[in-house]
Design a binder for this molecule. Structure first.
Ligand code: SAM
Length: 284
């Protein structure tokens, strides 16, 4: 059993680490966050839907432009084996499979994986979708040519565990393998910070309303979300870690990667006013 940390919107300073077995406790309930409501708001417009978890709204990619950037920055080629780590509902995984890669998608949300499988079938592509936890990957040592980790799908745990996820990722890559991580660009994120916002709305009045809190002692962005759907209201919380490029670069290097580079959502070298930070790292 895993003990879940609670997220008071102004919670205590410093990481709360509760270790149960070999996996560190969640800081929020991923089942409450990554559910059918999430798909309702963020996956309704097909491959182009782009969830936003920060103060910056709707800015980055269509599914196709994400696939284009990953293809170029990771030197992808048909036949390569690719792990989409925390693949969500499979937008990128399915597109990379359509371009000829042998894709495995791993995620902890069965609702998302069901949607990913259905979309793969509709697109006529084959992807191996696996239910799993990025903190403890299957015995895939050295299996993949490339790993993609897209749309801020990293930084949900205490820092020791976040770092362990990078070590796990290095383990499943072959020598010379590469990872692409798509994260918030912290400079732009902070420039557009607001204490609260309506994150998503629909014609029928459904909406997501978020209250934000930044904890400079942990580097975490903490969100209290109110979900309004069909007249029903519920609350959830989630957190994500914000990174400056030098910090995530150093974490990757400690995990065994080299040649770490940063780009924006257009694939150009990272600048302060890019919305996204795409980090490319290579194993020796
Ligand atoms: C922001 S979504 C990004 C999904 C996808 N990469 C995309 O671009 O749409 C984050 C994903 O991380 C997954 N996730 C959260 N905690 C996880 C864990 N411990 N192990 C594996 N996946 C996890 C969620 O289920 C969700 O699909």
């Amino acid at each position: 059993m895993r003990v879940r940390g609670h997220l008071p919107i102004r919670l205590q300073a410093g990481p709360a680490i509760h270790t149960v077995g070999t996996v560190t406790a969640d800081l929020f309930d991923p089942g409450a966050m990554y559910d059918d409501d999430y798909l309702h708001f963020f996956a309704t417009s097909g491959a182009g839907a782009a969830p936003t978890h920060g103060a910056v709204v709707g800015t980055a990619y269509t599914g196709t432009s994400a696939a284009d950037i990953v293809w170029r920055l990771l030197d992808l080629a048909p036949g390569m084996s690719v792990l989409d780590l925390a693949c969500g509902h499979g937008v990128l995984a399915n597109l990379l499979a359509a371009r000829g890669c042998r894709v495995t998608g791993l995620d902890s949300s069965t609702i998302f994986l069901d949607r990913a499988r259905a979309d793969a079938t509709a697109m006529g592509v084959e992807v191996e979708y696996v239910s799993g936890d990025m903190r403890e990957l299957p015995p895939w040592t050295g299996r993949f040519d490339r790993v993609v980790n897209w749309t801020t799908a990293f930084g949900y745990f205490d820092d020791a565990t976040n770092r362990a996820v990078l070590t796990e990722t290095a383990r499943v890559l072959r020598s010379g393998g590469k990872i692409a991580m798509d994260l918030d660009n912290t400079t732009m994120f902070l420039m557009s910070y607001t204490p609260s916002r309506i994150t998503a709305t629909q014609q029928n009045g459904d909406m997501l309303v978020d209250r934000h809190h930044l904890d400079p002692l942990t580097g975490r962005f903490e969100v209290e979300r109110t979900v309004v759907r069909d007249g029903r209201v519920r609350k959830l919380t989630f957190v994500k870690r914000l990174f400056a490029f030098p910090e995530i670069r150093d974490w990757l290097i400690v995990s065994g990667f080299t040649s770490v580079a940063g780009y924006g959502e257009d694939g150009q070298p990272l600048k302060a006013d890019h919305y996204r930070m795409v980090v490319i790292a290579e194993l020796p």
